[in-house]
Design a protein around this ligand. Structure first.
Ligand code: GTP
Length: 209
């Protein structure tokens, strides 16, 4: 990211990745940490034809439910975060109007494939979440999400022994593919590694110390 936001209002951070990699769980881990820091936040979730993720986050009790908006993306989840992000931009503007000045809007994408990415008209910074159980060959496949995101998150590290994944090798291969760009490992079931993600967003996106 350039150090300048491409729009007025809150910083916008996207969370994308394959179905089931742990995007919503990561959101549930991130939200209380930012609230604890005093960051004024709101959330947008994208789902194909339901509002399931938004309902889950609203019910979590982690954030005031009215600060969570759902975008229904229809057939193609990545069109709403990349090709035509109008619905998401409108949702962000609405949250800003209702609760602004906001510091941060977290935008979770619907689960998609390894080629999904966020439009920079929509977000200032985006995370791509893959998981260990999805296979240790995922970084080697050099999908757009893995390559281009601002921060690659490898989640479900706790499952490595159960799915025969050599975590150190997976990490090393991901680092090679990322060519020095940010990458963190997490266990979002327990919250291990999530503090580092929050610190990185605070530093790189919110320009806090
Ligand atoms: N063991 C383990 N389970 C996890 C971890 N992170 C998420 N899960 C579980 O994995 C499942 C999928 O997590 P979600 O957060 O719903 O995944 P998602 O990426 O939001 O899924 P979609 O929205 O359907 O794309 C849930 O049962 C989570 O509780 C982790 O680090 N370790």
């Amino acid at each position: 990211m350039s150090g300048q936001l491409g729009h007025s209002g809150a910083a916008r951070v996207g969370i994308g990745g394959p179905v089931g990699s742990g995007k919503t769980r990561l959101l549930e881990q991130i939200i209380p940490r930012f609230i604890q820091r005093g960051t004024n936040i709101a959330v947008i979730t994208n789902d194909l034809v339901t509002h399931e993720d938004a309902i889950r986050v609203r019910r979590s009790g982690l954030i005031a439910p009215e600060r969570v908006l759902a975008v229904e993306t229809g057939a193609c989840p990545h069109s709403a975060i990349r090709e035509d992000p109008t619905l998401n931009i409108q949702a962000a503007d609405l949250l800003e109007e209702r609760f602004g000045p906001l510091d941060l809007i977290l935008i979770e994408s619907g689960g998609d494939n390894l080629a999904s990415s966020f439009s920079l008209d929509l977000v200032d910074f985006w995370l791509f979440v893959i998981d260990v159980a999805g296979g240790d060959d995922i970084p080697r496949k050099r999908g757009l999400g893995v390559m281009q995101c601002d921060l690659l998150v490898i989640n479900k590290t706790d499952l490595a022994p159960y799915v025969g994944v050599d975590l150190a090798r997976m990490e090393q291969e991901a680092r090679q593919v990322r060519n020095g760009r940010a990458m963190l490992m997490t266990n979002c079931a327990t919250g291990n590694g999530v503090d580092q993600i929050v610190d990185l967003i605070a530093r790189e996106v919110l320009f806090e110390d």
